[in-house]
Ligand binder design. Structure first.
Ligand code: DX5
Ligand code: ZN
Length: 234
């Protein structure tokens, strides 16, 4: 199903924690990125918000470029923007390796998913907690990854909504083992095990990750929890 070599690489290393830089110290951005690399992170999650699709503004193309200059890690760019088609090329040029946009703004996403793959990035679709998984079903073969939102997108630090677990299960069942499934929003040491058990491969973590300073130890402990969830052990 996945046509992106990067998605295949990531698949081989799951479960993976993807720190969401939204919660890092932006005043020390390059240093934060470097520390995450040294700690063993493989994927960084970058939240792009436009103040239109979501009621918040974060950062855009120049910051993705700056992060690209600071690291070789895979950049997983989550576009929470209204017109992703206008910007995917620019984000790819800026250094995005994975480009995910929302089904709510592209109800017929096949062409855009293909465009993202043609640009050489892994193509991702995301859905809000209120959007049913059926909306994505016809397009799963065009996706390298699906990012399940367990909070309304726009802000870090929100409470995990368990409706996401059911979505992970349904998507895993519909797509089979090859699709990368990410979970985003309110993931912490308490919720990660259930997410892994429901089929998630990549765990986006902002607030709960950056609460601690010992990135390496934290990454290892969280990966261990995710692995135990995947194996059905707690
Ligand atoms: C929310 C973003 C998330 C956010 C997650 O709209 O898509 O990636 O950074 O943050 P936490 O882990 O704090 O919920
Ligand atoms: Zn995100």
């Amino acid at each position: 199903m996945g046509s992106s070599p990067l998605a295949a690489d990531i698949h081989a290393s799951v479960p993976l924690i993807a720190p969401s830089l939204l919660a890092c110290d932006f005043g020390q951005l390059a240093r934060e990125v470097q520390r995450l690399g040294e700690a063993g992170a493989q994927v960084l999650h970058l939240d792009v918000m436009d103040g239109h699709f979501v009621p918040n503004i974060s950062f855009g193309i120049p910051i993705v470029e700056a992060i690209r200059r600071a690291t070789d890690l895979a950049l997983d760019v989550h576009l929470m923007i209204s017109e992703p088609d206008r910007y995917v090329e620019a984000f790819r040029k800026a250094g995005a390796d994975m480009l995910t946009f929302h089904i709510e703004v592209e109800p017929e996403p096949a062409d855009l998913l293909r465009k993202v793959r043609r640009l050489g990035a892994a193509a991702g679709l995301s859905l809000n907690p209120s959007t049913p998984t059926d909306a994505l079903r016809p397009y799963l073969t065009e996706c390298d990854l699906v990012l399940v939102m367990s909070v309304m997108p726009g802000f870090g630090g929100q409470k995990f909504q368990p409706v996401a677990l059911d979505k992970l299960r349904r998507l895993r069942e519909a797509a089979g083992p090859d699709l990368l499934l990410s979970i985003d929003g309110g993931v912490d040491a308490d919720t990660i095990v259930a997410c892994a058990g429901a089929g998630a491969d990549v765990f986006v973590m902002g607030t709960a990750f950056f609460r601690r300073q010992d990135y390496r130890q934290h990454l290892e402990a969280l990966t261990h929890l995710a692995r135990s969830g995947k194996n059905g052990r707690v």
